[in-house]
Design a protein around this ligand. Structure first.
Ligand code: GTP
Length: 312
């Protein structure tokens, strides 16, 4: 089944279909430009791909064969081995949205491994669409990252589309640009309207945290905004790759917390705690003492948890 959607994009839902030169194979992932081969996740969920073979830009230069796919991973735990798709890998479609120039593509490039000193396992599924498998809390998860958001009016259909297709969203602003922060709030409202009945995981991302002297939006403003809009918050620097891995692991955890059973999530939390570093353990312990002594505990707990991406 294929749904023609605005120009060159198509939404593919049937994993066995053939489209022009594009062959869909169930179970495997990835595309090789020479072979014009496309495929979708084994779970058969919608995935947006380009119908025409495209020119690979410099930033999309990382492409691996399907055989390479599960060989390496961006793991949160170096001692874990990668779990294959056959053993229950899960796919998460994550959409980057935000004002122009806030660093969405730079974050996507880091995800894609363009800046990695080591080899990346990222696959390019189409212009501005990347796929990478991470090991988060001992389990593999594949993120399909869409960096196709455009703010220009004539691309309204694309914006609507982006608002509909994500399993999770990263709303990015630049801490050096107040207007982009305000835009982030607008986008949050737009997203809420578009997906009214759904509890979609969203992380508000204050990027460019390395530009300390140009800061226009404080950390507490970012946090307060996340509390008001009921989403998570993190500051990142794509330039120095600070908190980027944490961001992508965090979005996986946020989806899992909503989708999976309580027992599964409790197991993961226990796993995280076992592997937590001593400074982090100490911080958590200290946080509990502070919360106990705080009269406005309800507010404190809420505002405290907006930057903890491992809890709801
Ligand atoms: N100092 C600093 N510069 C950054 C950071 N992230 C991105 N930049 C720079 O900001 C500029 C814009 O980054 P992009 O990644 O193109 O931003 P974008 O949000 O994708 O922009 P559009 O594609 O126009 O929507 C580039 O010059 C990046 O090098 C960061 O964390 N710190």
């Amino acid at each position: 089944m294929m749904e023609q959607a605005h120009g060159q994009w198509a939404m593919l839902t049937d994993p066995t279909m053939t489209l022009n030169n594009v062959t869909m194979r169930q179970g495997a992932v990835g595309m090789q430009p020479q072979q014009q081969r496309w495929s979708i996740p084994a779970d058969g969920r919608h995935l947006m791909v380009q119908k025409e073979p495209h020119q690979y830009s410099q930033r999309n230069r990382h492409c691996v064969t399907p055989e390479d796919h599960y060989r390496r991973s961006w793991s949160s735990d170096s001692t874990d081995s990668v779990i294959s798709s056959e053993s229950g890998n899960t796919y998460y479609r994550v959409v980057l949205i935000g004002e122009q120039g806030v660093g969405k593509s730079t974050l996507a490039n880091i995800f894609a491994g363009v800046h990695d000193s080591m080899d990346s396992d990222c696959e390019v599924l189409g212009e501005d669409t990347y796929e990478r498998t991470l090991i988060v809390d001992g389990e593999s998860a594949t993120i399909i990252l869409l960096d196709m958001w455009e703010n220009k009016g004539e691309n309204e259909w694309l914006q609507d589309h982006c608002m509909q297709v994500g399993d999770a969203y990263l709303i990015v602003y630049s801490i050096t640009d107040r207007a982009s922060f305000e835009k982030a709030s607008e986008l949050r409202i737009q997203l809420r309207r578009a997906r009214q009945t759904e509890d979609i995981p969203i992380i508000l991302v204050g990027n460019k945290s390395d530009l300390v002297r140009c800061r226009e939006v404080s950390v507490s403003e970012g946090r307060a905004c996340a509390v008001v809009f009921d989403c998570k918050f993190i500051e990142t620097s794509a330039a120095v790759q600070h908190n980027v891995k944490e961001l992508f692991e965090g979005i996986v955890r946020q989806v899992r917390l909503r989708r999976d059973s309580k027992e599964k999530n409790e197991r993961r939390l226990a796993y995280q705690k076992r592997r937590e570093s001593i400074p982090r353990k100490a911080r958590r312990f200290w946080g509990k003492i502070v919360a106990k002594n705080n009269k406005n505990m309800a507010f404190k707990l809420k505002s405290k948890s907006c930057h903890d991406l491992s809890v709801l």
